[in-house]
Design a protein. Sequence first.
Length: 348
Amino acid sequence: MTALLARFAASRLFWPIVMLAVLLLINVIAVPGFFAITLRDGNLYGSLIDILRNGAPTLIVAIGMTLVIATRGIDLSVGSIAAISGAVACSILLGSPQPEHPATVATAIVVALLISLVLGVWNGFLVAVIGIQPIIATLILMTAGRGVAMLITEGQILTVTSPPFKALGSGFFLGIPIAVYIAAFVFIVAATLTRRTALGIMIESVGINPEASRQAGIRARGLLFAVYTFSAVCAAVAGLILTANTMAADANNAALFIELDAILAVVIGGTSLAGGRYSLAGTLVGALVIQTLVTTVYTVGIPPIATMVFKAAVVTIVCLLQSPTTNEALASFRRNLAVRAGKGVASA
């Protein structure tokens, strides 16, 4: 038991889980019934359910971002791609005489996903073929993407009425939000493809040393195309969920700053921005930390003007606790305690 605890304390998930537990504890203290889950009309409701549902889009984007970062890249365009996805879906629904028909909704979703796939291929082309640095390559689409979404919506906020589409963001299935199912599906697919096949090892290899990977026979160019395309599709799925939740496409504010939340979730989860080894489980915990942090802001009553400061402080604390210097200091402290305990036993 002690060995298991020691191994857990040394893992990359230790401090993110501790921070998540602390945030949940703060919420319980502020609102004693925070953990209460009620059943109404066959559906589950409560603060924890809200965290899972509202955190689903961030988690989906963060999963794609994890694989991009593992290849020593970054994708700043996910927010714009999410906005484009929502704008395309809403424009198709508005242009249809039957926006509530399942076939119309399916068409809107498929077209939005196909466009995001093209945008992901574009990012991959700039990074893998042209050789532009990822932060610059994706910054291009980050800047232009909002403009494209504005062109699609003609500068208006497109409001639609379609119950099947709305179900993506606020619907339930077997009592659980559909958004949670979608996030779980994306997570399982990513985990299966990267941890049950050689794909994950190749991604880590390219992130650690691209040249050595190329000499070993790994096609880094195709791999980069794949991860940037996957990241774009994840962003589009998140954009559809966010748009369906409000039933409106707002090109300016849809998925605003979600790229930053996704990067923070990845970093909190223990994945290094330098590329290489990554943790999808850590990204899951990181996304929960980010969403719980947002909930804590409202629960504790922190003024909106100080929200970003509070968020930055929590993220800074987690990153400092995960730093090699902190880990070495804690390891040294544990060794000293063990030595002192051994001397005390010997003298007795």
